[in-house]
Write a protein that binds this ligand. Structure first.
Ligand code: GRF
Length: 208
């Protein structure tokens, strides 16, 4: 059984997609053992509680020094002892120590086809604004392993989504979530839980 901790900052629709996929058997061999938010008001925490999943808030606002927050966050993760950490709309830069300690055991969902519209500053609506500004006809979402860089880790799965001429950033964001994010995040977790992928030479390949 793959024990996962999901880290969230907002609405938690990706968390919901993972919970639903475990409940309906689309994702197997996986148990969510905890949800951590940096934001007390995140609706994602309520979603977790409703599903009977332990939910915690570790907020930088409660610590004067960033390093103290980093330690508290890492401590909470260590206490839970996850096999995999899933960043599902988590807006906090992870402590470097944590990325090292959990190398190959942290994944993130990003709402574009990496390497487009990713890296520092590309989060939330900004990603979709940039895609519309550039006039791309196709965008999408990516699930990748987390390394020391921003959105630079090995890519696990991507799914394209068509852009329409009448799109606003909000409309495009919604379509990318519905058509791509909520599909590929559960799928990536299922692949990992069932030993279907491995990282080789910095790339994700399927296990034969
Ligand atoms: C998603 O677009 C995700 O890709 C991201 O932030 C959003 C989170 O949405 N980086 P939710 O909290 O899962 O509803």
């Amino acid at each position: 059984m793959l024990k996962i901790v999901v880290c969230v900052s907002g609405g938690g629709t990706n968390l919901q997609a993972v919970m639903d996929s475990i409940a309906d058997g689309t994702v197997t061999g996986t148990k969510i053992i905890g949800v951590i938010s940096n934001n007390k008001k995140a609706y994602a925490l309520e979603r977790a509680q409703k599903a009977g999943i332990p939910a915690f808030c570790v907020s930088p606002k409660d610590y004067e020094v960033r390093e103290d927050f980093n330690q508290a966050f890492l401590h909470k993760i260590e206490e839970l002892e996850p096999d995999l950490i899933v960043l599902a709309g988590f807006l906090v830069v992870l402590p470097g120590e944590m990325i090292k300690r959990y190398a190959g055991r942290i994944i993130n969902i990003h709402p574009s086809l990496i390497p487009s519209f990713c890296g520092t500053g590309f989060y939330g609506l900004r990603v979709h604004e940039a895609a519309l500004e550039r006039g791309v006809k196709v965008t999408g979402a990516t699930v990748h392993f987390v390394d020391e860089g921003t959105d630079t880790g090995p890519i696990i799965i991507q799914k394209p989504v068509m852009v329409e001429e009448s799109d606003t950033p909000e409309i495009l964001q919604k379509r990318v979530m519905e058509q791509a994010e909520w599909v590929i995040l559960p799928k990536a977790i299922d692949w990992i839980a069932n030993g279907k992928i491995e990282i080789k030479d910095g790339k994700v390949i399927s296990r034969q």
